[in-house]
Design a protein around this ligand. Structure first.
Ligand code: F6R
Length: 254
């Protein structure tokens, strides 16, 4: 894992957006794995800016999002499809037919999960997977005890995740309890992973992810075994790291 600590949230977001932009420019057929959540909103805003100001070209991109809530169709304003269309896909020159999210409203969820894995395989696999991290240590919606070889499937959200995201739904009672998520194994198959975490609320789980033992109790620790994983942090998210702030593979950039 390469750990890069930036002094501010803006700088951390900028670096994550630059890493994505580099992939989009250098790869003739970029397959991007995308994430949603509050952390990523600023990343998409920056990519949209790059498209407008610098003509960053997304027309050759194919995308696969990590997850979607079960029971929500793409028209539901709480769905991740709606989030992606609004904040990114509708703002740049990507062909929306090349953008993929699991269909949370599918009548056959099991078939939907299998089909999602097939589509990822047929695209040639994900070149760069963008990841956030939840307070439980989830990546995608792989909550604690998700096996390292898990594939796209229906999962039950942890109580902590429901608490974390309920405000976006106007209350926990309005929030779906299940989601479709790429598995930890699906994520680890990506050629490169890029995890972005910002803010003090992520400090504890970030230190466990980077400095703790690999355990299914904290699914993000599986990234320690990925051959090409970059973790971008702001100072606040890095504040609980204890080892090697200026060495041992860590590259503080200020
Ligand atoms: C979203 C996702 C989640 C989020 C995580 C952090 O697609 O896969 O793992 O990245 O819950 O969310 P925020 O950024 O809202 O703290």
């Amino acid at each position: 894992m390469e750990i890069i600590v930036q002094s501010t949230t803006v700088d951390a977001v900028e670096l994550a957006a630059q890493i994505i932009a580099r992939e989009v420019q250098a790869n003739p057929h970029p397959v991007l794995g995308l994430a949603t959540g509050r952390t990523m909103e600023a990343v998409y805003a920056r990519l949209v800016e790059m498209y407008r100001a610098e003509r960053l070209d997304f027309s050759r991109c194919c995308t696969f999002n990590l997850d979607e809530y079960v029971g929500l169709s793409g028209n539901d304003k709480h769905s991740y499809r709606h989030y992606m269309n609004r904040l990114f896909f509708n703002q740049v020159n990507i062909d929306v037919r090349n953008t993929h999210l699991p269909d949370g409203a599918s009548a056959d969820l099991e078939a939907e999960c299998k089909n999602y894995e097939r589509l990822i395989r047929e695209s040639g696999g994900i070149d760069l997977q963008l990841l956030g991290i939840g307070q439980t240590g989830h990546i995608g919606f792989n909550e604690p005890l998700s096996p390292a070889d898990s594939r796209t499937r229906v999962v039950t959200l942890a109580a902590e995740t429901i608490r974390q995201n309920a405000p976006l739904f106007g209350g926990a009672d309005k929030m779906p309890r299940r989601a479709i998520t790429m598995g930890v194994g699906t994520i680890l198959d990506s050629k490169k992973c890029l995890l972005l975490a910002t803010g003090e609320a992520k400090a504890r789980i970030v230190s466990q992810t980077i400095e703790g033992p690999i355990t299914t109790g904290i699914p993000a620790t599986a990234l320690q075994s990925h051959p090409n994983c970059t973790i971008v942090l702001d100072e606040a998210a890095a504040s609980a790291l204890t080892k090697g702030r200026a060495g041992s593979g860590m590259k503080p950039i200020h």
